[in-house]
Every structure is written in structure tokens, then in C-alpha cells.
Design a protein around this ligand. Structure first.
Ligand SMILES: CSC[C@H]1O[C@H](OP(=O)(O)O)[C@H](O)[C@@H]1O
Length: 346
């Protein structure tokens, strides 16, 4: 599996996910602004991957600051982080990573700036390695919910490409395969950005995991034909009551799964929880360019002048969520209690 992102000598290198699956192209970010642009344009995407990229970008930004005194250094770093935090609004991991890097900066305000910069690079690398370990632990818990022979429906891409590696929802799939279970995936293509068609299908084919691509409007048909045993998706932000923000279309999948008695699981690290929010009503939903809806591979598919909506995420109310898989264990309703308990273990 190709590396989603890596921090080389003064460069944050990431695979350009807008070019997959037809081209494997890497982008070298030399500044925090480059990283912010990569997040905004979805060269790198996926909640945990956004957090890891942000942390590495903040390290790049810190290295660019010439201030020798702490106060001036912190003021400039905080300003850079404010700009970075505007890149995309829904995935809480962006804010989580910024908060963590600034907290480490404050905790080491006694260090000479040169040493503080080194410490921030260490923290960014710690976040990178922790994410992979988190996904592997999460996969271990999640695969206990997968039976041998299961067909798993996925939506969007919550794989290695959405994280530092191994994946969240696809981490559950990988862990089930590693546990010797014969599973296959039905992957929703996930219009309009096609993360399922372009990224999930690519990842699973690379790993020789059986995958069949379907269009988003087919999944109800296969549920009704009892050809789907379980749904596993990722998340971008989970409120204290278990409401889940995830790629647009997730809510529809969850309602259909409930209608057909199919378990609907969400796999997400503790860093994706936002327990400051009582419910999903308070989660900001990113509105992306209508161009991403009216074009396909830069080819116009709708008449000029026709308006298009593009909420990039939706909210799945907690009553449609069977369980939430985290690296600290599996949360079940009532989520206000179970999520708080798992977050407390982190
Ligand atoms: C492992 S979280 C992946 C999560 O992020 C995706 O959104 P986007 O591709 O726009 O960053 C989608 O919601 C996935 O479930």
C-alpha cells in the first residue's frame, strides 16, 4: 500500500488523491500554506489524514518562523494555525491536530525556539504513528463484528488514504481479512467526488480484497435482495449523543440499513469525537463548489446555468447507528454515556 503522507527533510509529501486511480502522482508541500491548499482542494482528504497533514504542516510553518523569542514565535504560529483551520470545516480532526500542536508549544515555552521546532516535528510524527496504531487497534475491535463470508457495504473512502495508514472502516475490513475471514466489499461510488470508485476500489484491489463497485442508488436494491450483511463507514465528526457527520449519502444508507435490519457500524478514532457538541445539529456541514456536481473529470454533465447543491457531508442521527467502533473499544447506545467512557480511556 502506497504511503498516504510522509514527512521527509523539510517536505511533506502526499499522494495526490484527485489523480487516483489513473495516475499515481505525489505532491511535495514545502509550506504550511501548501498543506492548507492540499487539504482544501482534497489532494489529501479523510478526517484522520487531514489531522496528520495539519500537524506536519504546522511543523513546516514553525520551521519557517524566524522569531527567536517565544512570544513572537507563538504569535506567528498561532496566526498560521488560524489560517490552516479554515481549510475545511467538518472534520474535527483538523481542529484536534491544531489544538494538540499548540498545546505542545505552550507546554514547552521554556525551550529555545530551535529546540521547540524540533519538538513540534516530533509531535507531528507521533500523531502520524499513533494514527496507524489507532487504526490497527480499531480494526481489531471492529472485526469481531464481522462474520466469515460477510458482504460489507462501504460508503466513500475511510481507508489508508483517509488516514496515515490501514484505515478506519477499511481497517475493519483489513482486520477481518487478517483474522482469516472471507469477506467481500460492495463499495458505493460516492458521488460527486467518487471516493468509493476512485479510492476504495483502488485500495482494495491493491490489497487483493474482493470489491465490487456499485452506484450509490443501487445499495437499497442489494439490501432488499439480502446481499448486504453489514455496513461499515467512517466519520468526520461525532457529537456527544452519537450523531455522526460523514460523507453525503451516509444518512440515506443508514436509513435503508435500518429498514432492512442490517447493522450500521461507524469506525472512527477518539480524535473524531467532538463531545463539546450535544448533537449533530451543531456540526458544520461543508458546502463545496457546485462545479464538483455538474462536471465529471472536468467534463460538464449538466446544462450551463443549472444550479447545483453540494453539501459534502450529512448527519446520521444516532438512532440509526448500531455501534461506534473506536481504538478504545466499541460504543453502543446510549452514546452519551458510552462515548464519554471510551474517550476517558484515551
Ligand atoms: C476515515 S474518515 C474518512 C471520511 O472522510 C471523507 O470525507 P472527505 O473525503 O470529503 O474528506 C468521508 O466522509 C469519509 O468517511
Amino acid at each position: 500500500m502506497v504511503k498516504t503522507i510522509e514527512y521527509l527533510d523539510g517536505v511533506v509529501r502526499m499522494i495526490d488523491q484527485t489523480r487516483l486511480p489513473n495516475e499515481t502522482v505525489f505532491v511535495d508541500c514545502k509550506t504550511i500554506e501548501d498543506v492548507g491548499n492540499a487539504i482544501r482542494t482534497m489532494i489529501i482528504r479523510g478526517a484522520p489524514a487531514i489531522g496528520v497533514a495539519a500537524a506536519m504542516g504546522i511543523s513546516l510553518g514553525a520551521n519557517s518562523i524566524n522569531a527567536t523569542g517565544y512570544d513572537a514565535f507563538f504569535a506567528q504560529l498561532a496566526k498560521q494555525c488560524d489560517a490552516l483551520g479554515q481549510a475545511r470545516p467538518t472534520a474535527v480532526n483538523l481542529k484536534w491536530a491544531i489544538d494538540r500542536m499548540l498545546t505542545v508549544t505552550k507546554a514547552h515555552n521554556h525551550l529555545p525556539v530551535a529546540e521547540l521546532k524540533q519538538r513540534l516535528k516530533q509531535e507531528a510524527m507521533a500523531i502520524y504513528h499513533e494514527d496507524i496504531a489507532t487504526n490497527e487497534k480499531m480494526g481489531g475491535f471492529g472485526q469481531s463484528l464481522i462474520a466469515d463470508g460477510n458482504t460489507i457495504l462501504t460508503h466513500c473512502n475511510a481507508g489508508a488514504l483517509a488516514t496515515a495508514g490501514f484505515g478506519t472502516a477499511l481497517g475493519v475490513v483489513r482486520a477481518a481479512v487478517n483474522a482469516g475471514k472471507n469477506v467481500r466489499v460492495l463499495a458505493n461510488e460516492t458521488r460527486p467526488f467518487l471516493q468509493g470508485a476512485r479510492l476504495t476500489a483502488w485500495e482494495l484491489k491493491e490489497d487483493n480484497i474482493p470489491v465490487k463497485l456499485i452506484t450509490d442508488n443501487m445499495c437499497g436494491h442489494f439490501m432488499r435482495k439480502q446481499e448486504i450483511d453489514v455496513v461499515v463507514v467512517g466519520a468526520d465528526r461525532i457529537a456527544a449523543n452519537g450523531d455522526v457527520a460523514n460523507k453525503i449519502g451516509t444518512y440515506m444508507v443508514a436509513v435503508m440499513a435500518r429498514q432492512h435490519g442490517i447493522p450500521f457500524y461507524v469506525a472512527a478514532p477518539i480524535s473524531t469525537l467532538d463531545l463539546t457538541l450535544a448533537s449533530g445539529d451543531d456540526i458544520p456541514i461543508e458546502e463545496r463548489s457546485a462545479d464538483e456536481v455538474v462536471t465529471l473529470n472536468k467534463h460538464r454533465i449538466a446544462p450551463e446555468g443549472v444550479e447545483a447543491a453540494h453539501p459534502a457531508f450529512d448527519i446520521t442521527p444516532n438512532e440509526f447507528v448500531t455501534a461506534i467502533i473506536t481504538e478504545q473499544g466499541i460504543a453502543r447506545p446510549p452514546y452519551n454515556e458510552s462515548l464519554k467512557a471510551l474517550a476517558g480511556k484515551a
